[in-house]
Design a protein around this ligand. Structure first.
Ligand code: 13P
Length: 287
Protein backbone atom coordinates (compact mmCIF):
# COMPACT_ATOMS: atom_id res chain seq x y z
CA UNK A 1 0.00 0.00 0.00
CA UNK A 2 1.67 3.21 -1.18
CA UNK A 3 1.61 5.96 1.47
CA UNK A 4 3.80 8.86 2.52
CA UNK A 5 6.35 8.19 5.25
CA UNK A 6 5.03 10.54 7.94
CA UNK A 7 2.92 8.17 10.02
CA UNK A 8 5.20 5.17 9.73
CA UNK A 9 8.09 7.26 11.08
CA UNK A 10 6.10 8.84 13.91
CA UNK A 11 5.04 5.32 14.93
CA UNK A 12 8.66 4.17 14.71
CA UNK A 13 9.83 7.09 16.83
CA UNK A 14 7.21 6.41 19.49
CA UNK A 15 7.79 2.65 19.37
CA UNK A 16 11.63 2.99 19.52
CA UNK A 17 12.42 1.17 16.30
CA UNK A 18 13.48 2.34 12.82
CA UNK A 19 12.04 1.86 9.35
CA UNK A 20 14.55 0.84 6.67
CA UNK A 21 14.98 2.79 3.48
CA UNK A 22 16.35 0.43 0.86
CA UNK A 23 17.45 1.99 -2.42
CA UNK A 24 16.16 0.47 -5.66
CA UNK A 25 17.88 0.16 -9.03
CA UNK A 26 15.54 -1.95 -11.12
CA UNK A 27 12.61 -4.36 -11.09
CA UNK A 28 14.45 -7.15 -9.24
CA UNK A 29 15.49 -4.81 -6.41
CA UNK A 30 11.97 -3.45 -6.03
CA UNK A 31 10.36 -6.89 -6.07
CA UNK A 32 12.81 -8.35 -3.53
CA UNK A 33 12.31 -5.47 -1.10
CA UNK A 34 8.50 -5.37 -1.41
CA UNK A 35 8.15 -9.15 -0.96
CA UNK A 36 10.43 -9.16 2.09
CA UNK A 37 8.64 -6.26 3.78
CA UNK A 38 5.33 -8.04 3.18
CA UNK A 39 6.67 -11.38 4.46
CA UNK A 40 7.91 -9.64 7.63
CA UNK A 41 4.84 -7.46 8.04
CA UNK A 42 7.06 -4.39 8.14
CA UNK A 43 6.65 -0.86 6.80
CA UNK A 44 9.33 0.00 4.24
CA UNK A 45 10.71 2.94 2.27
CA UNK A 46 11.95 2.51 -1.29
CA UNK A 47 14.73 5.03 -1.90
CA UNK A 48 15.48 6.35 -5.39
CA UNK A 49 18.57 8.45 -5.99
CA UNK A 50 18.58 10.88 -8.90
CA UNK A 51 21.12 8.64 -10.65
CA UNK A 52 19.00 5.52 -10.18
CA UNK A 53 15.95 7.45 -11.40
CA UNK A 54 17.84 8.38 -14.57
CA UNK A 55 19.03 4.78 -14.99
CA UNK A 56 15.42 3.55 -14.85
CA UNK A 57 14.58 6.12 -17.60
CA UNK A 58 13.00 8.71 -15.31
CA UNK A 59 10.95 9.25 -12.15
CA UNK A 60 7.68 8.65 -14.01
CA UNK A 61 8.78 5.16 -15.00
CA UNK A 62 9.81 4.44 -11.42
CA UNK A 63 6.51 5.66 -9.95
CA UNK A 64 4.48 3.70 -12.50
CA UNK A 65 6.49 0.52 -11.89
CA UNK A 66 6.30 0.76 -8.10
CA UNK A 67 2.57 1.52 -8.08
CA UNK A 68 1.77 -1.33 -10.44
CA UNK A 69 4.03 -3.78 -8.63
CA UNK A 70 2.61 -2.87 -5.25
CA UNK A 71 -0.82 -3.69 -6.64
CA UNK A 72 0.14 -6.82 -8.59
CA UNK A 73 1.92 -8.35 -5.60
CA UNK A 74 -0.97 -7.48 -3.29
CA UNK A 75 1.31 -5.60 -0.89
CA UNK A 76 -0.64 -4.53 2.20
CA UNK A 77 2.20 -3.18 4.38
CA UNK A 78 2.85 0.60 4.18
CA UNK A 79 5.33 1.43 1.41
CA UNK A 80 6.72 4.92 0.73
CA UNK A 81 8.36 5.79 -2.57
CA UNK A 82 11.00 8.33 -1.60
CA UNK A 83 13.48 10.50 -3.52
CA UNK A 84 16.94 10.12 -1.95
CA UNK A 85 19.26 13.19 -1.81
CA UNK A 86 17.09 15.20 -4.16
CA UNK A 87 18.10 18.44 -5.80
CA UNK A 88 15.59 21.29 -5.83
CA UNK A 89 14.58 20.42 -9.42
CA UNK A 90 14.59 16.67 -8.75
CA UNK A 91 12.30 17.10 -5.75
CA UNK A 92 9.80 19.03 -7.86
CA UNK A 93 9.96 16.40 -10.61
CA UNK A 94 9.21 13.60 -8.11
CA UNK A 95 6.16 15.44 -6.75
CA UNK A 96 4.87 15.65 -10.33
CA UNK A 97 5.76 12.03 -11.10
CA UNK A 98 3.70 10.59 -8.23
CA UNK A 99 6.28 9.79 -5.55
CA UNK A 100 4.87 9.72 -2.02
CA UNK A 101 7.89 11.23 -0.28
CA UNK A 102 10.90 13.39 -1.13
CA UNK A 103 14.22 14.31 0.35
CA UNK A 104 15.65 17.72 -0.41
CA UNK A 105 19.38 17.71 0.27
CA UNK A 106 20.37 21.35 0.66
CA UNK A 107 23.29 20.50 2.96
CA UNK A 108 25.86 21.86 0.47
CA UNK A 109 24.17 25.29 0.42
CA UNK A 110 24.71 27.90 3.10
CA UNK A 111 22.11 27.63 5.88
CA UNK A 112 20.02 30.56 4.56
CA UNK A 113 19.66 29.07 1.09
CA UNK A 114 18.98 25.63 2.58
CA UNK A 115 16.22 27.23 4.72
CA UNK A 116 14.69 29.11 1.75
CA UNK A 117 14.61 26.13 -0.61
CA UNK A 118 13.47 23.68 2.08
CA UNK A 119 10.64 26.04 3.08
CA UNK A 120 9.39 26.20 -0.51
CA UNK A 121 9.55 22.44 -0.98
CA UNK A 122 7.79 21.73 2.35
CA UNK A 123 4.77 23.69 1.07
CA UNK A 124 4.83 21.92 -2.30
CA UNK A 125 5.22 18.43 -0.79
CA UNK A 126 2.50 18.94 1.80
CA UNK A 127 0.09 20.44 -0.76
CA UNK A 128 0.38 17.14 -2.64
CA UNK A 129 0.24 14.87 0.41
CA UNK A 130 3.93 13.90 0.34
CA UNK A 131 6.29 13.69 3.29
CA UNK A 132 9.60 15.55 3.13
CA UNK A 133 13.08 14.96 4.56
CA UNK A 134 15.76 17.68 4.71
CA UNK A 135 19.46 17.49 5.52
CA UNK A 136 21.97 19.41 7.59
CA UNK A 137 25.68 18.55 7.62
CA UNK A 138 26.65 16.61 4.54
CA UNK A 139 27.09 12.84 4.70
CA UNK A 140 30.57 11.86 3.53
CA UNK A 141 31.43 9.01 1.22
CA UNK A 142 33.53 7.91 -1.69
CA UNK A 143 33.94 10.28 -4.56
CA UNK A 144 36.58 9.66 -7.24
CA UNK A 145 38.27 7.11 -5.02
CA UNK A 146 38.64 9.47 -2.05
CA UNK A 147 36.57 8.76 1.05
CA UNK A 148 35.37 12.02 2.63
CA UNK A 149 34.70 11.83 6.36
CA UNK A 150 31.15 12.79 7.25
CA UNK A 151 30.43 16.20 8.73
CA UNK A 152 28.86 16.58 12.14
CA UNK A 153 25.78 18.78 11.91
CA UNK A 154 25.41 21.87 14.05
CA UNK A 155 22.44 21.40 16.47
CA UNK A 156 21.35 25.05 16.05
CA UNK A 157 21.17 24.64 12.27
CA UNK A 158 19.31 21.35 12.74
CA UNK A 159 16.78 23.15 14.96
CA UNK A 160 16.29 25.80 12.29
CA UNK A 161 15.65 23.30 9.49
CA UNK A 162 13.52 21.03 11.72
CA UNK A 163 11.25 23.98 12.53
CA UNK A 164 10.31 24.51 8.87
CA UNK A 165 7.62 21.83 8.92
CA UNK A 166 9.69 18.98 7.48
CA UNK A 167 8.60 15.48 8.53
CA UNK A 168 12.03 13.98 9.26
CA UNK A 169 15.60 15.22 9.39
CA UNK A 170 18.90 13.78 8.17
CA UNK A 171 21.78 15.12 10.22
CA UNK A 172 25.41 14.18 9.76
CA UNK A 173 26.92 12.48 12.82
CA UNK A 174 30.10 11.13 11.25
CA UNK A 175 28.22 8.63 9.06
CA UNK A 176 29.24 8.14 5.44
CA UNK A 177 27.86 6.42 2.35
CA UNK A 178 29.47 3.22 1.13
CA UNK A 179 31.96 1.08 3.05
CA UNK A 180 33.53 2.62 6.15
CA UNK A 181 37.32 3.02 6.07
CA UNK A 182 39.40 1.10 8.63
CA UNK A 183 40.21 4.32 10.52
CA UNK A 184 36.55 5.39 10.91
CA UNK A 185 35.90 6.75 14.39
CA UNK A 186 32.30 5.54 14.63
CA UNK A 187 29.08 7.51 15.02
CA UNK A 188 29.21 10.65 17.14
CA UNK A 189 26.54 9.86 19.76
CA UNK A 190 27.24 13.06 21.66
CA UNK A 191 26.31 15.04 18.56
CA UNK A 192 23.25 12.83 17.97
CA UNK A 193 22.04 13.44 21.51
CA UNK A 194 22.47 17.22 21.13
CA UNK A 195 20.69 17.22 17.76
CA UNK A 196 17.85 15.12 19.16
CA UNK A 197 17.42 17.49 22.11
CA UNK A 198 17.46 20.56 19.84
CA UNK A 199 14.90 19.30 17.31
CA UNK A 200 11.69 18.76 19.26
CA UNK A 201 11.63 14.97 18.92
CA UNK A 202 11.42 15.03 15.09
CA UNK A 203 12.17 11.57 13.60
CA UNK A 204 15.87 11.52 12.67
CA UNK A 205 17.38 9.76 9.65
CA UNK A 206 20.65 7.84 9.66
CA UNK A 207 22.22 7.67 6.19
CA UNK A 208 25.07 5.34 5.28
CA UNK A 209 23.56 2.30 7.02
CA UNK A 210 25.95 -0.13 5.31
CA UNK A 211 28.68 -1.38 7.62
CA UNK A 212 27.60 0.32 10.86
CA UNK A 213 28.00 -2.23 13.68
CA UNK A 214 24.70 -3.56 15.12
CA UNK A 215 25.34 -2.08 18.57
CA UNK A 216 25.79 1.42 17.11
CA UNK A 217 22.57 1.02 15.11
CA UNK A 218 20.68 0.10 18.29
CA UNK A 219 22.17 3.00 20.23
CA UNK A 220 21.30 5.41 17.40
CA UNK A 221 17.68 4.19 17.48
CA UNK A 222 17.57 4.74 21.25
CA UNK A 223 18.68 8.36 20.64
CA UNK A 224 15.90 9.25 18.20
CA UNK A 225 16.84 7.68 14.84
CA UNK A 226 13.63 6.40 13.20
CA UNK A 227 14.76 5.83 9.59
CA UNK A 228 17.93 4.10 8.44
CA UNK A 229 19.11 4.15 4.82
CA UNK A 230 20.78 1.10 3.30
CA UNK A 231 22.03 0.94 -0.26
CA UNK A 232 25.56 -0.42 -0.74
CA UNK A 233 24.94 -3.54 1.35
CA UNK A 234 22.22 -4.78 -1.04
CA UNK A 235 24.52 -4.07 -3.99
CA UNK A 236 27.33 -6.06 -2.37
CA UNK A 237 25.15 -9.06 -1.55
CA UNK A 238 23.62 -9.02 -5.05
CA UNK A 239 27.06 -8.88 -6.69
CA UNK A 240 28.46 -11.60 -4.44
CA UNK A 241 25.63 -14.06 -5.17
CA UNK A 242 25.77 -13.31 -8.90
CA UNK A 243 29.54 -13.84 -8.98
CA UNK A 244 29.18 -17.19 -7.23
CA UNK A 245 26.56 -18.31 -9.79
CA UNK A 246 28.82 -17.39 -12.72
CA UNK A 247 31.98 -18.78 -11.12
CA UNK A 248 30.20 -22.08 -10.52
CA UNK A 249 29.50 -22.14 -14.28
CA UNK A 250 25.75 -22.28 -13.71
CA UNK A 251 25.03 -19.92 -16.58
CA UNK A 252 26.54 -22.55 -18.87
CA UNK A 253 24.27 -25.35 -17.65
CA UNK A 254 21.00 -25.81 -19.54
CA UNK A 255 19.07 -22.53 -19.63
CA UNK A 256 21.16 -21.05 -16.83
CA UNK A 257 21.75 -17.98 -18.99
CA UNK A 258 18.06 -17.03 -18.82
CA UNK A 259 17.99 -13.71 -16.90
CA UNK A 260 15.21 -15.06 -14.73
CA UNK A 261 17.68 -17.73 -13.56
CA UNK A 262 20.85 -15.65 -13.75
CA UNK A 263 19.44 -12.86 -11.56
CA UNK A 264 17.62 -15.14 -9.10
CA UNK A 265 20.51 -15.73 -6.63
CA UNK A 266 21.17 -11.98 -6.49
CA UNK A 267 17.48 -11.26 -5.88
CA UNK A 268 17.44 -13.85 -3.07
CA UNK A 269 20.57 -12.26 -1.59
CA UNK A 270 18.88 -8.85 -1.50
CA UNK A 271 15.94 -10.43 0.32
CA UNK A 272 18.30 -11.93 2.92
CA UNK A 273 19.99 -8.56 3.50
CA UNK A 274 16.67 -6.73 3.81
CA UNK A 275 15.35 -9.41 6.18
CA UNK A 276 18.43 -9.06 8.39
CA UNK A 277 18.09 -5.24 8.50
CA UNK A 278 14.36 -5.31 9.26
CA UNK A 279 15.12 -7.64 12.20
CA UNK A 280 17.92 -5.39 13.44
CA UNK A 281 15.91 -2.16 13.06
CA UNK A 282 12.97 -3.71 14.93
CA UNK A 283 10.28 -2.93 12.34
CA UNK A 284 9.06 -6.52 11.81
CA UNK A 285 5.34 -6.86 12.60
CA UNK A 286 4.94 -3.08 12.88
CA UNK A 287 2.99 -2.64 9.63
P1 13P B 1 24.91 3.13 2.13
O1 13P B 1 25.10 2.95 0.66
O2 13P B 1 26.18 3.37 2.85
O3 13P B 1 24.13 2.01 2.73
O4 13P B 1 24.07 4.47 2.34
C1 13P B 1 22.76 4.56 1.83
C2 13P B 1 22.20 5.91 1.98
O5 13P B 1 22.42 6.60 2.95
C3 13P B 1 21.32 6.42 0.92
O6 13P B 1 20.95 7.74 1.14
Amino acid sequence: MLVNATNMLLKARDGHYAVGQFNINNLEWTKSILLTAQEMNSPVILGVSEGAGKYMTGFKTVAAMVKAMDESLGITVPVALHLDHGTYEGAKACVAAGFTSIMFDGSHYGIDENVAKTTELVALAHDHGLSIEAEVGSIGGEEDGVIGMGEVADPAECAKIASLGIDFLAAGIGNIHGKYPANWKGLDFDALDKIHNATDNIPLVLHGGTGIPDEMIKKAISLGVSKINVNTECQLSFADATRKYIEAGKDLEGKGFDPRKLLAPGAEAIKATVREKIELFGSANKA
